[in-house]
Design a protein around this ligand. Structure first.
Ligand code: ADE
Ligand code: ZN
Length: 326
């Protein structure tokens, strides 16, 4: 079988995708029109021409303003539904998806509208296509800690609709320690915890140390700089900590997919996984990410299977549901 056919047929689990990062230009334009929001572009080509990134910061500068087109509960439903249908077409069987409520709340959209729209899409796609999923709320780390706490408090009445808490956005000057209280409270409320430790950012290994040892997250999003610190790598090994890697995204953010690092960790038995991050912006859903990695470092079919097995193992699923995928 061709590699691309093998990847296409593989049952997949996606654990690192930002719903707002799945906003394709066509839907962006349709929502802009529906809500009367001027985004400055009126064709798909014009929208795509603004997608020029060579760093996390230059990506985020395009990503956040685009969210203005998301206003009503139905908009959030339509965004998540479109992503989940596309994931289903790539044989994704289970997806844990991030979202950034603070950005929407900062524009006057209620937490409830966001979470109800996203949740209803997850329910409908599970019923219609058999793809299950869960929501992970992310804290936007370049906003103040008090704003993060307000967002968590707004989320708690809906905590049955959320599986975990993550941390994303611009890492420079925004270490995990800034949010120690917010994450401690989320843990007490029964939420799972993860954090972005983006590739090659400022103080990356110290941020990984804080996330693992001080906050005690269960997973690291990206996190492959852990290879620079043997002691932390040993912590990851001993705990079986999962890493949600995103090769195509890494290529935009750092100019390098970090394929040999990801493959090296896989071959040492660390629970690395392959994911899409912001597929509408970086031009690759999970299948394209698996294929790009497999081609770069010559992954065997057994190694591709192991990547998906890792993902189902580290997913925040009840064990009886997990058993159906493994
Ligand atoms: N928000 C969306 N994508 C992100 C990424 N790759 N890193 C940090 N924040 C993000
Ligand atoms: Zn991410």
């Amino acid at each position: 079988v061709e590699l691309s056919e093998f990847v296409a047929g593989l049952p997949k689990c996606e654990l690192h995708v930002h719903l707002e990062g799945t906003l394709e230009p066509e839907l962006k334009l349709a929502l802009a029109e529906r809500n009367g929001v001027d985004i400055g572009q009126s064709t798909v080509e014009e929208v795509r021409a603004t997608y020029r990134f060579d760093s996390l910061a230059s990506f985020l500068a395009v990503y956040y303003p685009a969210m203005d087109v998301l206003v009503t509960e139905q908009d959030f439903y339509d965004l998540a539904h479109a992503y989940l249908v596309r994931a289903a077409s790539q044989n994704v069987r289970y997806a844990e998806v991030f979202f950034d409520p603070q950005v929407h709340m900062g524009r006057g959209v209620s937490f409830e509208a966001v979470v109800r729209g996203y949740h209803r899409a997850l329910q409908d796609v599970e019923r219609d296509l058999g793809v299950a999923g869960a929501l992970i709320m992310c804290i936007v780390r370049d906003l103040p800690a008090a704003n993060a706490m307000e967002a968590l408090d707004a989320a708690l009445p809906f905590k049955d609709l959320i599986v975990g808490l993550g941390l994303d956005s611009d890492e420079r000057g925004n270490p995990p320690a800034k949010f120690a209280e917010v994450f401690a409270k989320a843990r007490d409320e029964g939420l799972h915890l993860t954090m972005h430790c983006d590739i090659d950012q400022e103080n990356t290994t110290e941020h990984i140390r804080q996330a693992l040892e001080d906050i005690r997250v269960e997973r690291l999003d990206h996190g492959t700089n852990v290879v620079e610190d043997p002691r932390l790598l040993q912590v990851v090994r001993e705990r079986g900590t999962g890493l949600t890697c995103c090769p195509i995204s890494n290529g935009f953010v750092t100019g390098d997919m970090k394929a040999p690092v990801i493959a090296g960790l896989l071959r040492e038995g660390v629970r690395v996984t392959v994911n899409s991050d912001d597929p509408a912006y970086f031009g690759g859903y999970v299948a394209e990410n698996l294929l790009a990695l497999a081609r770069a470092v010559d992954l065997s079919p057994a190694e591709l299977v192991q990547l998906e097995r890792n993902a189902f193992e580290i997913a925040w699923l009840p064990d009886e549901q997990r058993a159906r995928y493994l």
